[in-house]
Design a binder for this molecule. Structure first.
Ligand code: ADP
Length: 494
């Protein structure tokens, strides 16, 4: 039996490869940053060749570090930045232009037009998404309309489309397999999450030739084999999921009501809603978590724009600390935030407020307030914003939270997690393995090739680092939340 599961984690700023040993421990980890291209205000691109080369080179290096050959790798799992669009030539595997990255806003006016035409409810019903440049459809249409000859070539079947998972699979298999999984497909705004197929009506609406779309295959299963010249022999590619869904899987949130939150620059909350897609009235996204065999797990997704970034602002904007990790020790110098609230609405506020013109505020200052109160209040703002999104999830699904598992850079902060538990009135768990995204992709692959016989066996490899249980009562919780909501109200634009 081969020794390692290989996770290829193709992120927005770097490509990472992790080899997990049979105990699920990290045996080798290598990552490499690549170039961010900003051709115009609000435009973001990547070079697909750089994505590919950085990804394959970190894979070589990770193998080299532990002396592994292709025979030592039981399977590859791929996880990736979602929504980003790549278009390439079917025959040569050569991209016809740069990848348009999820962050790119170039199609904002196309989305405004679609909304004005009143098609959003229909799109939402079919895809679970809101009309926004974030998703792939308008970006792909943009390429077809703006790259010389692209539409004609696409219609003749000469060009292929893929999100980054698909691009990597195509290159890894030596241009043989053109495939994706439903967690990635469900972020394109072209995929019907009820029928689990590309949606003919949406393809017509966005004028996308169906011959350029990848085959959608279960997230855990054999996608194909790596071309022998790459690693010296064939390795099965057996797991694929978008980054947030892979993290939910890596956190073993397999049951309805399980939630994970990633506290990174922003925060991403995903709730497993089981085999039923739940449609949100309040701008949460309904999306596919993963498909194993015929069974599909749906999720509800909410995000917070500014999470750990508020700590970066304290560090870089205000110069209050040397490093983000100092924030905990500094905040502990005061027993509480003494009525100070920081509302980090630097780029407006998302769910449930949806006010693009809201702006950041610090409130409740008195002559006794000092920088430690502000730091503490900033840490607390991450927890309050998370609580707001969770409250809508609970309200919209009617599903009670069963478990909250946390990860991301700021989840190292114990004060944050204790306060989060206090404010939610729920216990939360931080796992020992912080690389949940890669671990989820490895798990999907491991299940497919029989390293794990079922989800329970995979779950047994999950280890808690620390649990945080609520330490305040309901009255205190309500008092704090009320103060937060008053502060948010004052940061709104009207
Ligand atoms: P991303 O993947 O979004 O780049 P990470 O998961 O690496 O983000 O997390 C980085 C973010 O977490 C930064 O915004 C940083 O300010 C914040 N952060 C890191 N460590 C801590 C800490 N100990 N306490 C609070 N925030 C932290």
């Amino acid at each position: 039996m081969a020794t390692y599961l290989m996770a290829l984690d193709q992120g927005t700023t770097s490509s990472r490869c992790i080899l997990f040993n049979q105990k699920g421990e990290i045996a080798s980890e290598v990552h490499r940053e690549f170039t961010q291209i900003f051709p115009k205000d609000g435009w973001v691109e990547h070079d697909p060749i750089q994505i590919w080369e950085s990804q394959v080179s970190v894979a070589y290096e990770a193998m080299l570090r532990v002396g592994a050959t292709y025979k030592d790798i039981s399977a590859i799992g791929i996880t990736n930045q979602r929504e980003t669009v790549v278009v390439w030539e079917k025959d040569t595997g050569k991209p016809i232009c740069n990848a348009i990255v999820w962050q790119c806003r170039r199609t904002a006016s196309d989305c405004d037009r679609l909304k004005a035409e009143g098609v959003e409810p229909e799109i939402r019903e079919r895809t679970g998404l809101l009309v926004d440049p974030y998703f792939s459809a308008t970006k792909l249409a943009w390429i077809l309309d703006n790259v010389d000859g692209a539409r004609a070539r696409a219609e003749k079947g000469e060009l292929l489309f893929g999100t980054v998972d698909t691009w990597l699979i195509y290159r890894l298999t030596g241009c043989k397999v053109h495939a994706t999984d439903p967690s990635n497909a469900s972020r394109t705004m072209l995929f019907n999450i009820h029928t689990m197929q590309w949606d003919e009506e949406l393809l017509k609406l966005f004028r996308i030739p169906s011959c350029m779309l990848p085959t959608v295959m279960p997230s855990s299963g054999l996608f194909g084999y790596t071309a022998p010249h790459l690693f010296g022999g064939e390795i099965p590619i057996a797991g694929v999921a978008g980054d947030q869904q892979a993290a939910l899987f890596g956190q073993c949130c397999f049951e309805k009501g399980d939630v994970k939150n990633t506290y990174g620059t922003g925060a991403f909350l995903l709730m497993n809603t089981g085999d039923t897609p739940v449609t949100s009235q309040k701008s949460l996204l309904t999306t596919v978590g993963w498909q194993i065999g015929d069974s599909v797990n749906y999720v509800l997704e909410g995000s917070v724009f500014i999470c750990g970034a508020v700590i970066q602002w304290l560090r870089d904007g205000l110069g209050l600390m040397q490093s983000s990790s100092d924030s905990e020790e500094l905040a502990r110098r005061v027993p509480d935030s003494a009525g100070v609230y920081v509302v980090p609405a630097f780029v407006g506020l998302g769910a449930p407020y949806w006010d693009a013109y809201a702006r950041g505020t610090i409130q409740g200052l008195t002559r006794a307030s000092n920088k430690y109160h502000i730091i503490r209040a900033a840490i607390e703002s991450m927890a309050y914003q998370t609580a707001d999104v969770l409250a809508i999830m609970r309200e919209e699904t009617g599903i009670e939270l069963t478990s909250l598992r946390v990860d991301g850079g700021a989840s190292a902060n114990n004060l944050l997690l204790q306060f989060q538990s206090d404010i939610l009135g729920h216990t939360l768990h931080r796992p020992r393995c912080v690389e949940n995204t890669a671990w989820g992709a490895a798990g999907l692959a491991g299940l497919a090739v029989g390293i794990y016989s079922d989800l329970d066996e995979f779950r047994r490899a999950w280890r808690i680092d620390r649990a945080f249980a609520p330490s305040i009562g309901q009255a205190e919780r309500e008092r704090l939340l009320e103060g937060w909501h008053r502060a948010v109200e004052r940061s709104l634009s009207n």
